[in-house]
Design a protein around this ligand. Structure first.
Ligand SMILES: C[S@@+](CC[C@H](N)C(=O)[O-])C[C@H]1O[C@@H](n2cnc3c(N)ncnc32)[C@H](O)[C@@H]1O
Length: 203
C-alpha cells in the first residue's frame, strides 16, 4: 500500500469518532432515493469507503437491501459492525477488493474515491463496472474542482486527490456507464459532484 493510502488509513483510525459526530446524517437522502427507487427488493449493494455505516448503509438496510461495506480503516469497520449489525463489513483497500464479477446490483461510494490518487480513479471505476450485474447502478461522490493535496480534517492530516466535474463525468462514461442523474451538492459549504450511473443491460 502506498504512503498516501497509509496516511489516510491511519488518519481515519484516529478521527473516526469525530468524523461520525460531525457527519450530517440528513445529507445524501435525496441521492440515495435516486438509487432506491430503481432497485428491486433485497438488492445486493456494495458500499466502498463505507465509514461507520451511518447514514448510508443504515438507510439502505432499513429499505430492505443487503449491504456489504468495505473500508481501509479498522476503526471505521469496527464502528460500522456495531452500528449496522444486519450488514456485513470488511477491512479492505478499495483497489484490492476481491469480489467476483457481477456480484452486486448496486455500488455506492460517498466521499471516498478521492482519498486515493486520481490516476487510479479510472481503474477503480472499471473494476466497479465489472463487479456490477448488467443493469446495475453506481452512486458515487466525486470531486467538483480539480485538486490534490493534504490538509487538516477532523483534527488530523488528511489527503485528497481528484479531477474536476467535466473530467469525472467523462471517466464514468469511459468506464462503461450511462449517467442517469448528476448534481453538484453544495450543502454544508462543500462542493461535491454526485453521480448515479447505470451499467447497460445485455441486449
Ligand atoms: C469521508 S469518509 C466517508 C465515509 C462514508 N462513506 C460516509 O458517507 O460518511 C471516507 C472513508 O473512506 C475510507 N477510505 C479512504 N481511503 C480508502 C481506501 N483506499 N480504501 C478503502 N476505504 C478508504 C476511509 O477510511 C473513510 O472511512
Amino acid at each position: 500500500m502506498d504512503n498516501m493510502k497509509q496516511l489516510v488509513k491511519s488518519a481515519y483510525n484516529r478521527c473516526a469518532g469525530r468524523y461520525g459526530l460531525e457527519r450530517d446524517v440528513f445529507k445524501n437522502k435525496k441521492q440515495l432515493d435516486w438509487l432506491i427507487k430503481r432497485l428491486a427488493p433485497g438488492a445486493k449493494i456494495l458500499d466502498i469507503g463505507c465509514g461507520a455505516g451511518v447514514p448510508v448503509d443504515k438507510y439502505l438496510v432499513e429499505k430492505g437491501h443487503l449491504v456489504t461495506g468495505v473500508d481501509i480503516s479498522e476503526k471505521q469497520v469496527e464502528l460500522a459492525r456495531k452500528n449496522i449489525p444486519k450488514a456485513s463489513f470488511l477491512v479492505k483497500e478499495m483497489t484490492e477488493m476481491g469480489f467476483e464479477d457481477g456480484s452486486f446490483d448496486a455500488v455506492v461510494s460517498f466521499y471516498a474515491i478521492f482519498h486515493i490518487p486520481r490516476e487510479e480513479h479510472f481503474g477503480l471505476l472499471r473494476k466497479i463496472n465489472f463487479l456490477l450485474k448488467p443493469g446495475g447502478r453506481l452512486l458515487i461522490t466525486m470531486g467538483n474542482e480539480e485538486w490534490e493535496g493534504s490538509e487538516q480534517f477532523c483534527g488530523v492530516e488528511m489527503y485528497w486527490s481528484h479531477y474536476g466535474k467535466d473530467k469525472n463525468l467523462e471517466l464514468v462514461k469511459e468506464a462503461g456507464f450511462r449517467i442517469e442523474e448528476s448534481e453538484v451538492d453544495d450543502s454544508g459549504g462543500e462542493h461535491h459532484l454526485v453521480v448515479l450511473a447505470k451499467k447497460p443491460p445485455i441486449t
